[in-house]
Write a protein that binds this ligand. Structure first.
Ligand SMILES: [Zn+2]
Length: 243
């Protein structure tokens, strides 16, 4: 340690005024290109909501695919002509391959919700990457477009997850409106909450296989459409300048 410090001091002494400034400038430039404002794509770590001036909303559904409740959910989305964004759990997607394929063929977007649905923030970076990779591999094997967004199970995240996503060239896909539909809330409660909270660029978090969500969707969609909203996938929201 002392040796390293001595070495650094010796280099510092050798670098005089201008050289030192040049080195700092290069370091700042590197950080700007790698992480900051000079690299628009890489500086975008993920998405919580979209452009606040564009009346677009994303309906996202976590934890699928399931054997129960999926046909009903897909049927209501089809009848409303609305694209959903499905954050699927890799091992379920593997188990219910044909259902997964049906979601894809129906024109919905499929994204990554890990392989086994663990609390990702408790894992090491390599394990986090493996969880995300295994889910992506399942989609690849089913000839589905490889997910670009990861939604961490339970919504908990930390720097390890950011780092893992960066290494995989993926982004975090979070939300701005939580319906808490998995807690046994009624369709009326879910509808009222979404209609009260929806703003331009909102990403609504719902879950697959919840009957009250299926029941709530027609009223949510028709009312928001009357207010001038359009329903898009997460990738479309991202392309349109999501923040
Ligand atoms: Zn989940």
């Amino acid at each position: 340690m002392i040796k390293v410090r001595k070495h650094v001091r010796r280099i510092g002494r050798r670098l005089r005024g201008l050289e030192r400034k040049l080195l700092v400038a290069l370091l700042v430039l590197f950080l700007c290109v790698e992480w900051g404002p000079l690299n628009d794509e890489r500086s975008r770590w993920g998405v919580v909501s979209g452009n606040p001036f564009v009346r677009e909303v994303v309906l996202s559904f976590d934890d699928g695919p399931r054997d129960k409740g999926m046909p009903e959910l897909l049927a209501v989305l089809r009848s409303l002509d609305v694209p959903g964004t499905f954050f699927l759990v890799g091992k379920f997607a593997e188990r219910y391959g044909p259902i997964t394929k049906t979601i894809d063929v129906a024109g919905h977007e499929i994204e990554n919700h890990s392989y086994t649905h663990p609390q990702l923030y408790t894992l090491w970076v390599e394990k986090i990457m493996r969880e995300a990779e295994r889910c992506n591999e399942v989609m690849d094997a089913l000839a589905i477009r490889i997910p670009r967004f990861l939604r961490p199970p339970g919504g908990g995240f930390n720097l390890k997850i950011f780092y893992a996503m960066r290494r995989m060239n993926m982004r975090m896909g979070l939300w701005s409106v939580n319906t808490a539909d998995y807690t046994g809330r009624s369709a009326q409660q879910i509808t009222a909450d979404v209609l009260r909270a929806a703003r331009p660029g909102s990403i609504v978090l719902m879950h697959s296989g919840v009957p009250s969500t299926v029941e709530a969707l027609p009223m949510i969609v028709t009312t928001l459409r009357k207010r001038g909203y359009r329903f898009v996938t997460l990738q479309d929201l991202w392309n349109g300048g999501a923040i």
